[in-house]
Design a protein around this ligand. Sequence first.
Ligand code: MN
Length: 234
Amino acid sequence: MSDSYVIAPPAQPAVPVAGGGLFPVRRIYCVARNYAAHAREMGADPTREAPFFFTKPADALLPVRSGQVGRFPYPPATQDVHHELELVVALGAGGADLTPEQAAACIWGYAVGLDMTRRDLQAEAKAKGRPWDIGKAFDAAAPISEIVPAGGRVLSAGEVVLQVNGAQRQRGDLADMIWSIPEVIAYFSRYYRLMPGDLIFTGTPEGVGPVVPGDRLDGRIAGVGTLALEVSGG
Ligand code: MN
């Protein structure tokens, strides 16, 4: 008796790589409050005590190829969807209990990502002590650019800018991250065995805010690339 699938297997989530090829995705980890000014705008006290995390499902990715404009469907059951522009790190290797030096060697590439958030549902979850999933882990909640191979670079600086309808909404610099990329990877590896195919959304700078159908979003991270989206539906 063969153990064949009883329904068609779900598609393997993947992100196009600049220059060709597809990066298959296993898990998406996201860092919260990794920029002090954003932590303060969310009413939190930024400290280096310990980073904290949430996840999104891999099939929440919305890949957008370079030079194209992706269509982000305004999600259901919300009146307040926010943009959070973030550097995404793609891991080509993994492990557990990594040192920051070992963690840096796991970096395969980088992308520009948006941690789209149903802020009203997240705020309700926070107030009731519930998990954030309903605010963070919905369909198409993770728009992402093509992945650029790292080529050995460990990014520690670079401007992060998001425009909405041509007006600047978010601006920051990777140098302002509370936890560096190798520190984030190393910290994660104490709780999970990281694997090739894992993505890490590294947190957003200040200036998060709402989007509405018809909005055009243009994100850019120096040394990585751009991500263009239009919000549809509603
Ligand atoms: Mn975020």
